[in-house]
Design a protein around this ligand. Structure first.
Ligand code: K7E
Ligand code: CUA
Length: 866
């Protein structure tokens, strides 16, 4: 109720602001748009801060957990535009993930006790680090429901590995990289027996366990090495989030917990529910452990027990090695976050209004002098909370997570119950600012805000509820990420972004320039292993190989055909298809499906992938490319024909169709060759233009030209086949090859014109503001309906229009403003006769006419480009 009241008063305040702001002076078109859309000046500033004009890219890239979708969401900041969903724990057809053999192998690495699991509850993405800074190489993410960690390669944004935690039955506090990506931390959540046996809940304290797994990470290869990983046994408190020490606290890690009460519920037997019993104590425990030391301890087989094939260090051993400690922390905490220098450790108690800041130097001193306040029931030394604390700050209701900025001591904390972000200082312990967000924020994401080098600028509030923010799309609402500008003295909420996927718990952001994904694979790459695929097939190597009932197809894909185009098999045959995308051109992905077989693959340029299936039903099944890859994409198809070897098929009566005479064939052949010659002339003119304007100086254009020549280079071979057919008297076949030549020319021209357009944009002179306004007026006035720049269309080409008349600017202006008055002008008359159209009055203003003339001048300046 309180919260609602606050909202209402805020709304009133907002309206009051609107009236004052609306009176300020903003001129011209902008004022009109603001009025029409009811925008305030602040709205417009916020829009300008987040708007990316076409072609402009974002400064930061965010990797957000996709929650129950088991995926990762990638979007840009400040535009908040979604760029990709990375398939991780869940099959994803567009990317072919889980549908082709190679990606299915990754997905199935995540099987647990032999069971296939086709979803995940992703919570915490983490970026690999060097010296505590993000290096842009690898992304790890955990699955809480089925304790697993996945590794994503940021060279191609694909999942490369899934490892299963064989001890835990759930795992929340992962994934967190240590400072140099030596390890990935994964803490258990709901305590359970490490073995896979039944243990009665009455023996909870004896047989149920929590723990932290330290996954050894090879940061060169980007893979977890399971055999070099180890798990630290911990009491059956519910371990929650973790963070790695850094700088001064490097080598240590911190994991907090709830339910140190070790309550196990029992509503059905008359006990109060878990929520009551698990939040009884005023404090729970922050686990502090020396993973660097324990890694060495684990190397001696005497120190570890092997459970389910994994190395476990018992609590006893960890304590004996002075490597595991507990510190009280207030009430059912959630976040634990280490400052960029590693000295300050902030813990937020969900059910406490305070954030508690611990000092690493104080903790270290207590450890070094063995100054313990006592021991827990498992014998783990407890450090005195007061002695370890730097101080506490009252923040508000339900503090959860923290992020840092580059300003010394500055920290941002989410308040779940208050629905606010608090800015405060963990050194001076002063609250600096609060910003209302929409309901119930969980995590918040700063720009590299948990690294040792935070970048500031923005905070994203990851809200749990989206009530009344967006169009109602039914009871299941989207998620709401709100972008907040933190560059000023106070925070300013810029924009809301609905996210229609899962519940994204945590997100991490990195400077875009740190990412270097590639756009193509070396030819024949298995993207999942990074190695050359056994099924790599080059042009000319396509074939179908039969071995008993095993049929192997070696296929290639290139605009716009799949080779082979006919595959005939027997019912019951086991089919393996190796498919290679021969393209080198950027973004020329081909997709593949065989209708009715639940198959889909995505083939990125250079990639080879494999699909496997049993042709267990008889019939004719079209297969085709599923990406609209070229003008002839629909033709990129073929047939799988499955016949029953035990059936006798009666052949159909052949339809009698009229065949062409030799003269008709000759005429068609000549016509086809003539069209090709004419098309080639167009291509040569584009090539000449590109060369004249030094296309090689612009990488984007040069890449397109390379692609165009790739297509063009295939023509001589086809020409030879055509000529051979002519020589052998088979004009029918020659015509088909000439058609193929034409297709290749069309594809060349397609890319060539794309290159030309890109080049024009790069080399044209800059438009003056008036010329820009003129181009807008030209577009909005509908002039483009008849006039196409550089071409005669249903009206004359306007290139050079200002050179056709005496006193041209006056002439053109008058003609725009009042064309009816000039229908009798001899020039205008001749145009009307030619085009059978009269220039209509578009009711332009004087200013618009002047601007259009400026635009026409700009066209003339760049006339050689159109
Ligand atoms: Cu707070 Cu899983 Cu990090 Cu949800 S967690 S919010
Ligand atoms: Cu390839 Cu459509």
């Amino acid at each position: 109720m309180n919260m609602i009241l606050r909202r209402v008063s805020l709304l009133i305040l907002g309206l009051a602001m609107f009236t004052t702001v609306a009176s300020s002076a903003i001129g011209g078109d902008l004022a009109k748009v603001m009025e029409a859309r009811g925008l305030t000046e602040n709205d417009v500033i916020r829009a300008a801060k987040t708007y990316n004009p076409t072609g402009v890219k974002d400064e930061f890239v965010v990797f957000s957990s996709g929650g129950q979708s088991g995926q990762v969401i990638v979007y840009g900041v400040p535009s908040m535009r979604i760029l990709k969903y990375i398939a991780v724990f869940t099959p994803e057809p567009w990317q072919g993930y889980g549908y082709d053999v190679d990606s299915l192998k990754i997905l199935r690495q995540g099987n647990i006790r032999g069971r296939e699991i086709n979803w995940g509850d992703t919570h915490h993405p983490a970026l690999s680090e060097v010296d505590g800074k993000y290096d842009g190489k690898w992304l790890a993410i955990n699955d809480k429901a089925n304790p697993r960690i996945a590794i994503i390669d940021l060279e191609d944004f694909e999942t490369k590995q899934i490892v299963v935690n064989k001890l835990f039955k759930s795992a929340h506090g992962g994934a967190f990289f240590t400072q140099n990506s030596e390890y990935i931390i994964e803490a258990a959540q709901y305590a359970a027996p490490f073995d896979n046996n039944y243990h009665p809940i009455e023996e909870y304290k004896e047989t149920y366990r929590g723990g932290v797994t330290m996954w050894k990470f090879d940061s060169k290869k980007g893979r977890i090495i399971e055999d070099d990983s180890y798990t630290i046994e911990m009491p059956p408190y519910m371990q929650d989030l973790s963070d790695s020490g850094k700088g001064v606290s490097h080598g240590w890690a911190f994991t907090n917990s709830f339910n140190t009460e070790m309550y196990t519920g029992g509503i059905e037997v008359g006990m109060p529910p878990n929520e009551a019993g698990m939040s009884r104590n005023d404090t729970d425990f922050l686990h502090v452990y020396n993973w660097e030391k324990l890694a060495k301890v684990a190397n001696d087989p005497k120190n570890v027990t092997i459970i389910n094939g994994t190395r476990v260090i018992s609590m006893e051993t960890a304590v004996a090695n002075d490597a595991l400690f507990l510190i009280p922390e207030p009430k059912s905490p959630h976040g634990v976050d280490v400052s960029p220098d590693g000295e300050y450790i902030t813990v937020c108690g969900k059910l406490d209004t305070h954030a508690s800041v611990y000092l690493w130097s104080k903790i270290k001193k207590l450890i070094d002098t063995k100054d313990y306040a006592g021991r827990d029931p498992y014998g783990i030394p407890i450090l005195d909370m007061k002695k370890a604390l730097h101080g506490q700050v009252e923040l508000g209701l339900g503090p959860l997570h923290n992020q840092y900025s580059p300003v010394d001591g500055e920290i941002y904390t989410s308040l779940y119950v208050d629905s606010q972000i608090v800015k405060w200082n963990y050194k001076t312990l002063k609250v600096l600012d609060k910003e209302n967000v929409h309901y119930n924020v969980g995590h918040l994401a700063g720009m590299e805000g948990k690294s040792s080098d935070p970048q500031g600028k923005y905070i994203i509030s990851l809200n749990k509820l989206a009530i009344d923010r967006f169009q109602n799309v039914g009871p299941l609402h989207p998620q709401n990420h709100q972008l907040i500008d933190i560059s000023g003295k106070t925070m300013d909420l810029l924009v809301d972004m609905p996210l229609p996927l899962g519940e994204p718990h945590q997100a991490v952001a990195i400077r875009a320039e740190k990412l270097h994904p590639h756009v193509r694979y070396p030819m024949g790459t298995n993207s999942k292993t990074g190695e050359i695929h056994v099924g790599k097939t080059l042009a000319g190597q396509e074939r179908i190989v039969r071995d008993g009932n095993k049929v192997t197809v070696y296929a290639t894909f290139v605009r716009s055909h799949i080779n082979p185009e006919r595959i005939t098999v027997n019912k019951g045959d086991e089919i393996t298809m190796y498919m290679t995308n021969l393209e080198r051109a950027q973004d020329e992905t081909h997709g593949f499906t065989i209708d009715n077989f639940n198959i889909h693959a995505s083939l990125e340029p250079g990639e080879t992938t494999e699909i496997k299936f049993i042709a267990d039903i008889e019939g004719v099944f079209p297969y085709y490319c599923t990406e609209f890859c070229s003008a002839l994409h629909l033709e990129m198809m073929g047939y799988l024909m499955v016949k029953d070897p035990n059936k006798k098929y009666v052949s159909a009566q052949k339809l009698k169709m009229k065949t062409m005479t030799p003269e008709e064939l000759k005429a068609e052949y000549d016509k086809t060759v003539a069209v090709n010659t004419a098309t080639d002339a167009v291509i040569q003119s584009v090539v000449a233009f590109l060369k004249e304007n030094k296309f090689g100086d612009h990488k984007v254009v040069a890449d397109l030209v390379t692609d165009a020549f790739d297509q063009y280079g295939q023509i001589p071979a086809q020409k030879k086949l055509s000529d051979d057919a002519v020589a052998s008297g088979d004009l029918e076949k020659a015509i088909l090859f000439e058609n193929m030549i034409w297709q290749l020319m069309v594809k060349t021209a397609d890319v060539g014109i794309r290159a030309k357009d890109a080049l024009v944009r790069l080399v044209a002179t800059k438009q003056s503001p008036s010329a820009q306004a003129g181009e807008r007026a030209f577009g909005e006035g509908g002039c483009g309906g008849c006039h196409v720049i550089g071409k005669v269309s249903s009206g004359p080409d306007l290139t050079g229009a200002l050179q056709r008349h005496e006193n041209p600017e006056k002439w053109v202006k008058e003609f725009i403003l009042e064309p009816e008055g000039m229908y009798d002008d001899p020039y205008v008359k001749s145009m009307i006769d030619y085009f059978k159209l009269k220039m209509p009055n578009q009711h332009m203003t004087e200013q618009e006419a002047t601007d259009i003339i400026e635009y026409l001048k700009w066209i003339d300046e760049n006339a050689n480009l159109f």
